[in-house]
Every structure is written in C-alpha cells, then in structure tokens.
Design a protein around this ligand. Structure first.
Ligand SMILES: *Cc1c(COP(=O)(O)O)cnc(C)c1O
Length: 379
C-alpha cells in the first residue's frame, strides 16, 4: 500500500517563488513582508490589528501578557488541547483551571465553567478544537457576568465560523498558528489578532525585545522576547493566505468523503459532528472508536506497519506528568476529555488525497479495528 502521512503542507509555485525572492533580496528579517502578511491577515479576518510572531505558542504567551494576565490569576481552559494552550497560561505565572469537554464536539463545555470561577479567575481561554468553534454565546455571557477576558486559541481553526462570525473575533485577542500541519503554514509561525490598539502595540513591542513602539533602535520599554517572524516565513504566509478559502474548501470535500465512507460502520466508528451554527475548517479529521474493547494504540501500530500514519488525538493535558506533579491531577478528573483521549484517532488528512485513497484508508482501518478487537478480546 502506498504510504499515507498524517499531514502534508500544500505549497505551490507562487510560495516557492516568493520565498526565493526574499532570499535574493537580502532582507531576511523585519522587512516589508512582515507588514504585508499582517495587513493581509487583518483584512482577511476583518479585524483592525494583526501581529505576526514566531509560533502559535509565542502568540498565546504574548496575547495573555498583553491582556494583563499575571501571577496569581486563574484562567479557565480545556484539558483536551495541544499542550501549548495550557502552558502559555503558566508562562505568565497564572494557573490553568480545566473544565471538562462536550463529548460530541470535544470543545470545552461552557456549562462547566461557572463552578470553577473564583475571586482569582481573570480570563477564559477557549480552544476551538480540530477546526470547529466553541459554543461562544455562553462563553461571552459568562465573561460578561464575571468580568472575565476572553483570549481565543484559534490555532487549529482559521477560517471556521460561529453563527456567521469568524473564529478569532470574539475576545480581547486571538491566536492562530502556522506549523506545517495547520490549514496554512509559514514553517513555524503564528499570528495574534485583536481590535485593541493597545494590545496590538504591546504585542508588537514584546515580540521584539520590548523595543519602544516607534521601534527606535536599542530603546527597550519592557522585558521582551525574540518572537519575531522572519521574512521567508512571512512571505510564505502571505501567499498561503491567498489560498485560504480554496484550501478550506478542499479540506471540507475530503472530510465529506471520509464521513460518507464511514456511513455503514457507525457501530465501530463515530465521525466528527458539526454543531449547529458552525462551519468547520478541518485542521484534522478525527474519528472516535465506538467499541471500548478495541485497543486504539494497537490500531495505530498496525496501521503504521501498513504505511498509514494515524495519531491518538489528543492526550489530555491534565494527565501529563508535569501537570500531575504540579497540580495533583489524576485519572477520572475530566472523564469526557479522558474518554476522547483514549478512543480518538486522527486520520491521514491533506490536499492530494484522492477519493480512492480515502476509500482504501477506510477499508484498511475497518479491517484493522476488527483485528485489534479480536486480539484484545481473546486475551
Ligand atoms: C498548533 C497549536 C498551537 C500552537 O502551536 P505552535 O507549534 O507553537 O505554532 C497552540 N494551540 C493549539 C490548540 C494548537 O493546535
């Protein structure tokens, strides 16, 4: 069987040409492409300000800092995410307070938030997981009632909408990421968007060692970082962004093909569900194994041996060794997240997969599930 990686970026000739031009220009950092990428991004998202940074994680760090989060604060978030969303809260000295997820969308369940609010709660960090928006009306209501800030982790969900509104436009600030497995890539990179001039200026300063707003050489107003995005990456991002709508349409088609192929296997596999009012931008295509006697990790190994790369998606953050030790989390603390972590599986998903490819991946997966079931069952 031909090998199927989990993800693969879609890079065309314009991107290659553009990066080459940057290299030939000799202007490799803090040049014109950074501004061009930021301006195009802000326009695309319909937001006044965009600040490009060296990664999504760096973006989350700065967005939290610039929103005033600090030591002693608590930030409500989800344990079912990429580790960076919770880590970034720790970077500013605040404490991530987890709430369990909705078992259907895998997004944090707003109904669980209120019981976790204390005097120290200062913000909610919703993560739009896998390309689908969190139920934002309830989050906004809660934030208003308790005077909490909202910082969106939109790293997996560029282009997704909630009730017709773009993900990333609901709070103080939002962050996108451009690692090569995301919908668009800059190699490494991220973007902070905000409608606050103050937050935008602060982020722009903090990413560049805390230099003064006018970027006067060697004047440092704050303790800053080097979170700059270089010109090659910015140029790559600028050209990828032009394709965003098309890229998402292709991903939607691939997702629909997968979902159709699984239609007659509903007893074994549950497919992604799109909540009413949402459009999905498909960072990954994640299925859930329905039968608890199937050993998911064995499925991953068997498929890998056949050239099909799949991945447990995602492990719950609260059960990582570092979080267990620091906060005393244990198995059973967030049952819906843990169940998703045990039975969810991301499948090969990238532009270039043909209908036949998806057909053969699904066929192989179904066969493998039966194998993993039998072997486990006999033991
Ligand atoms: C990709 C991602 C990030 C940022 O990742 P970087 O590798 O730092 O760009 C943050 N949060 C989530 C949920 C992500 O999926």
């Amino acid at each position: 069987m031909k090998p199927y990686p989990l993800a693969r970026p879609y890079i065309g000739k314009p991107e290659i040409q553009a990066v080459k031009q940057v290299l030939q220009s000799g202007h490799l950092s803090l040049g014109p492409m950074l501004k061009k990428f930021e301006q195009a991004f802000a326009k695309k998202l319909g937001t006044p300000y965009a600040v490009a940074v060296s990664s999504g994680t760096a973006g989350l760090h700065l967005a939290l800092l610039a929103s005033g989060l600090k030591k002693g604060d608590e930030v409500i978030t989800t344990p079912f995410s990429f580790v960076a969303s919770a880590n970034s809260i720790l970077y500013v000295g605040a404490k991530p307070v987890f709430v369990d997820i909705d078992p259907i969308t895998y997004n944090l369940n707003p109904a669980e938030i209120e019981t976790k609010i204390t005097k120290r709660t200062k913000a909610i960090l919703p993560v739009h997981i896998f390309g689908q928006a969190v139920e934002m009306d309830s989050i906004i209501k809660m934030a208003k009632a308790y005077k909490l800030k909202i910082i969106e982790d939109a790293c997996e969900s560029i282009g997704a909408t909630y009730k017709g509104k773009k993900v990333g436009t609901f709070g103080e600030a939002a962050v996108f990421a451009f690692y090569p497995n995301k919908q668009i890539t800059t190699g490494e990179g991220g973007m902070i968007i905000t409608s606050s001039k103050k937050i935008a200026r602060l982020c722009a300063s903090l990413r560049n060692q805390g230099r003064a707003d006018d970027l006067q050489w060697l004047d440092h107003q704050y303790l800053g970082y080097n979170y700059r995005l270089d010109e090659m990456s910015a140029s790559l991002g600028f050209w990828q962004l032009k394709k965003l709508d098309w890229l998402i349409k292709q991903r939607q088609k691939l997702a629909a093909l997968y979902t159709k192929s699984f239609a007659s296997y509903a007893d074994l596999i549950s497919v992604p569900q799109i909540a009413q009012g949402n459009t999905h931008s498909w960072f990954v295509y994640v299925v859930k194994i329905q039968e608890p006697k199937i050993n998911r990790d064995k499925v991953v190994k068997l498929l890998y041996a056949d050239g099909i790369e799949t991945k447990p998606y995602l492990p719950s953050i609260h059960l990582f060794e570092f979080y267990r030790q620091k906060f005393g989390y244990r198995k059973g603390d967030f049952p819906h997240a843990e169940k998703a972590s045990s039975y969810c599986l991301a499948l090969p998903f990238y532009i270039g997969l043909a209908e036949e490819d998806i057909g053969s991946i699904v066929k192989k997966l179904i066969k493998t599930l039966k194998r993993a079931y039998d072997q486990d069952f006999r033991r």
